[in-house]
Design a protein. Sequence first.
Lengths: 113, 115
Amino acid sequence: GESVGLHLPTLSVQEGDNSIINCAYSNSASDYFIWYKQESGKGPQFIIDIRSNMDKRQGQRVTVLLNKTVKHLSLQIAATQPGDSAVYFCAENPQGSNYKLTFGKGTLLTVNP
Amino acid sequence: DAGVIQSPRHEVTEMGQEVTLRCKPISGHNSLFWYRQTMMRGLELLIYFNNNVPIDDSGMPEDRFSAKMPNASFSTLKIQPSEPRDSAVYFCASSFLGGQVGELFFGEGSRLTVL
């Protein structure tokens, strides 16, 4: 079936640099997307979301970009800090469902001091 | 608020034994989810409750798995009998769904190892 596609790649950045984590989704009917952060030994934690009627949304140090034409989602983290080291998941909500989230497999972000 | 509370945090058991995982959702939330996380399959939805009623259990692997939500503040996920392939981290999440999907609040998970 269709799914959000991540194969647990690893991204290593220096403290203070900006990070960009990418996600390709395949379900063109999805209309809501979320980014979650999961630290080792903990549950996923909400970072930011975006609906399909938007192409950009900003939070505190984070920005999510949505390109529906190529079905691509990205999470940008400004001035990355050691505390940002974690696995980042994108998730999509298929249109017509008010509860289903399909998660990708995650990207491991490592921040070097 | 204390967040979603799960117990036990870690469980090691032998094949064939019964396993019961517990979850206390955030007060006021009307939706509860059980997810399973493995390296191979990532996060998978097992079952979804709304107002204590199971709405979607299509993700429950087989009859060995069952889940209950007797009231708004408690849910269990039971595996009987357990098998080594059930080894995973099981997450409970809760949310207030008012018509559209929104943020899920996850517990810290129960790591299950079946020997």
